[in-house]
Design a protein around this ligand. Sequence first.
Ligand SMILES: [Zn+2]
Length: 177
Amino acid sequence: MFEKKTIKSILGGVISVTSLASGLVFLPVDQSVVAASIQTLNTDIPVETRKTFANVLPEYTGISQGYHYGHLAIDLTAPLGSSVYPVREGVVVKVQTLRWDYGRAVWIDNGKNTISLYAHLGKIFVNEGDKVSVDKPIGEVGLTGKTTGPHLHLEILRDGKNINPQPYLALGEVNKR
Ligand SMILES: [Zn+2]
């Protein structure tokens, strides 16, 4: 069930993010905004009215798998070694290095009962207990764990339940290089 998306759905994911992002106003990361005037054709994307934006993966090239039943995460493709930034400031609560599953992964407590998880990393620059901020990378995109190509598997949990990360990301333009 991992990484087996058709070209069509990959394009659909990219288009949906682009159209979502184009309707938003980008603000400094630690500010919240009432995004009341979002207009998007993708009515199945839950748009929340209060959110914090961040640029998690500046070098991202697209979405290889979106959020759906069976994949409660978003997969962002990017070249090996691309820097990964936390969605919001927080504290590292877990660093895991497995050969399977998530591979090398970092969990960050972002406050407000929100945890973010970054999986399949290569290098990891943080340790458990570290405070992190949005201007410093926590690691790099890798090929660890159950993955068939370099990408970031990003999960966000609120009150212990997975939520769709997409509305929380201000991804900007897809990197065309
Ligand atoms: Zn994934």
